[in-house]
Design a protein around this ligand. Structure first.
Ligand code: SAM
Length: 252
């Protein structure tokens, strides 16, 4: 039997101005059970204790969506990203984070999970079916490949990337996939003014700008997090993303 996840309704409410409905909580619990059950076979995550899973996978994933979930968030989304159903991609989703919690919290969004590992994507497709998440689909490929394909380039309103590489590598993966006016959400740990300065030249090349940086503290273990919101303000030149492996090996 999988242990129950903590509810922490008060913590959700205090930190994100949102809390899962009863049915969303049931899907989050089922997600936890299925990830644990498949962990041995697919090597999905080392975060398995209920409190850790709640904080490091569920809370952390949804903290990046605070501009949509929290009406009192410090920064206002541009109009075109507010209430309409959005097309979102989670780049390097791994075991489905942050994309699956996003699809659960925002059922009107169309969420694409992207990972280069075929095996993980096969598991995630089965998982989406068993969680009855009809707004979720999967793509087994590399960000550098789909970023050059007409079917995917400039097709998304929002791109998420957590624990996939340096900020400039993630920006090179994400910005080509966004339509003009779209938003990339980069999940980072520590972040400094020097990091912002170092990222700037890459954003100038890719057509992006930093719209907002949101610092936060995780509610259970008080770890530092920063979410970077990158606005796509100009077209990304066709040479980006570069060939597979180059954005990680030679960051802009
Ligand atoms: N985002 C998840 C999370 O935060 O739990 C998984 C992070 S895991 C450390 C990084 C994942 O990114 C791996 O599953 C890897 O296969 C995938 N990945 C790395 N580079 C990629 C690329 N260029 N395109 C697609 N997926 C990539």
């Amino acid at each position: 039997m999988t242990p129950d996840l903590p509810l922490h309704s008060d913590l959700w409410q205090q930190t994100l101005g949102w809390q899962p409905s009863e049915s969303q909580q049931a899907v989050l619990q089922q997600l936890y059970a299925e990830v644990l059950a498949a962990n041995g076979q697919f090597n999905l995550t080392r975060i398995t204790e209920p409190a850790d899973f709640w904080e490091k996978h569920l809370w952390d994933s949804l903290s990046g969506l605070a501009p949509w979930l929290d009406v009192n968030f410090a920064w206002s989304l541009p109009e075109s990203l507010r209430s309409k159903p959005l097309r979102m991609i989670d780049i390097g989703t791994g075991a489905g984070f942050p994309g699956i919690p996003a699809a659960i919290a925002c059922p009107h969004w169309q969420v694409t999970l992207l990972d280069s590992t075929q095996k993980k994507m096969r598991f995630l497709e089965t998982l989406a079916q068993s969680l009855s998440l009809s707004n979720l689909s999967g793509l087994a490929s590399r960000a550098e490949m789909i970023g050059q394909q007409v079917a995917h380039r400039q097709r998304f309103d929002v791109a998420l990337a957590r624990a996939v590489g340096s900020a400039s590598t993630c920006a090179e993966y994400a910005l080509p996939l966004l339509r003009l006016g779209g938003l990339a959400v980069l999940y980072r740990g520590q972040w400094s003014e020097a990091d912002t300065e170092a990222l700037q030249p890459a954003l100038d090349l890719l057509g992006g700008t930093i719209a907002h940086i949101q610092p936060s503290t995780t509610p259970l273990t008080q770890s530092q997090r920063h979410c970077l919101y990158l606005h796509k303000v100009g077209p990304t030149p066709s040479e980006f993303p570069r060939l597979p492996g180059i954005p990680a090996k030679l960051p802009l």
